[in-house]
Ligand binder design. Sequence first.
Ligand SMILES: Cc1cc2nc3c(=O)[nH]c(=O)nc-3n(C[C@H](O)[C@H](O)[C@H](O)COP(=O)(O)OP(=O)(O)OC[C@H]3O[C@@H](n4cnc5c(N)ncnc54)[C@H](O)[C@@H]3O)c2cc1C
Length: 249
Amino acid sequence: MKIIVCLCRVPDTATRIVIGASQTTIETQGVQYIINPFDEFALEEAIRLKEKIPGSTVMVLTVGKEDAQKDLKTALAKGADEAIIIKADGPLDSLAIARLLADTITAAGGADAVWCGKQSVEDDAAAVGPMLAAMLDIPCVTRLIGFEGDAAGFTATREVEGGRESAKGSFPCVFTADKGLNKPRQAGLKEIMAAGKKPLRTQAGSAQPGSNVLQMVLPADRAAGRIVGEGVAAVAPVVDLLRNEAKVI
Ligand SMILES: Cc1cc2nc3c(=O)[nH]c(=O)nc-3n(C[C@H](O)[C@H](O)[C@H](O)COP(=O)(O)OP(=O)(O)OC[C@H]3O[C@@H](n4cnc5c(N)ncnc54)[C@H](O)[C@@H]3O)c2cc1C
């Protein structure tokens, strides 16, 4: 089985985001990048599927820059077999990213299972996975919290409002991973050393964005807090403020 994982890098959640001079992108200088947390679940599930089905391979793709090498090496150490950085110039939106990924997958002869995160915690579009499925003309099951698969097909579990839903299907398919799908493994020193010998290459790509960012704006500073009393004496004024000022009760 040919398994592909689409892995994006996002600013570490502890990073203080600064909007760049153009007001359409963030200032990347000094930003610490990590693997998108949802993509860690996608990668883990892809490796588990490979381990279950003999002869399977896992290829990891990222649209980004050379500095993605570090994170791709981590993916190789965890069990992926091959990694590609797709370098593209100019502004990229979800549509352009999905196009670059779809072109690379098609050029590689297609895939049986494509794994994405449910969304990037950077732009939160939750769009690339479903767009990719549409471009590859294969089904897509989103936001998985459970997955059982073998060569014959899969059963996927999703969280829906007030409960859970199970879907049965066959490959090829695009899956997007949610938190709780699995517990991502850590790579050991031996695997980290061996990952250096696995293929990791960079290729150029180009795709037109479907939309352009007009302006990015940081949220307004929060108003200063107010202390209205202490202990039991504070209950009545707090209730009064919640009812008559905030009007939330
Ligand atoms: C080189 C580059 C240039 C960019 N330029 C701009 C810009 O000018 N202005 C701007 O606002 N934003 C820019 N971006 C950010 C870009 O718009 C977002 O990274 C992109 O839209 C994906 O975020 P999303 O929220 O749409 O992804 P989602 O749809 O939320 O992501 C879902 C999943 O899709 C996959 N995925 C997403 N992005 C990638 C990726 N890059 N590689 C591999 N898999 C991926 C992952 O599995 C992810 O979990 C740029 C990004 C890159 C890499």
